[in-house]
Design a protein around this ligand. Structure first.
Ligand SMILES: Nc1ncnc2c1ncn2[C@@H]1O[C@H](COP(=O)(O)OP(=O)(O)O)[C@@H](O)[C@H]1O
Ligand SMILES: [Mg+2]
Length: 135
């Protein structure tokens, strides 16, 4: 069993898409083992996305992620990191495959409705970042 971090971003929370998105996650066979509605501080968003520091979209991204509440979850399942990335779809919702979460709900490349850890190493860091007691 593998764990991964999943975030429903402010655009989707504001538009009341939490239930529909969590249904897609559960239907894919992933188990929700932690779930919390959190309004990230700007500092938390900066630290969480530290690997993107210096990129042209970084400031906009941290402003956006700290603008309103998110739903932060730890998911568990076989090959959870890869499975979750596949159901989320490409970063840019216009390029995301039909039926993926970002294709269904994303507004644009910044407001793309969800975050999913991109490797087992990032998953470990990201789970610990929000839920230090897990594992
Ligand atoms: N070119 C871009 N312009 C604006 N926002 C972006 C851009 N690339 C990425 N982002 C935002 O930053 C987040 C983190 O980027 P990245 O790690 O590359 O994508 P992913 O979330 O698919 O792993 C994206 O989900 C998106 O919200
Ligand atoms: Mg990423």
């Amino acid at each position: 069993m593998e764990k991964t971090l999943f975030i429903i971003k402010p655009d989707a929370v504001k538009r009341n898409r939490i239930g529909r998105i969590l249904s897609m996650v559960e239907e894919a066979g992933l188990k929700i083992i932690r779930l919390s509605l959190m309004h990230l501080s700007r500092e938390q968003a900066c630290e969480f996305y530290a690997m993107h520091r210096g990129k042209e979209f970084y400031e906009k991204l941290v402003d956006y992620m700290s603008s309103a509440p998110c739903v932060v979850c730890v998911l568990e399942g076989n090959d959870a990191v890869k499975l979750l990335r596949s159901i989320c779809g490409a970063t840019d919702p216009t390029l995301a495959a039909p039926g993926t979460i970002r294709s269904e709900f994303g507004i644009n490349i910044t407001m793309n409705s969800v975050h999913a850890s991109d490797s087992s190493e990032s998953a470990k860091r990201e789970v610990k970042f929000f839920f230090p007691e897990v594992e």
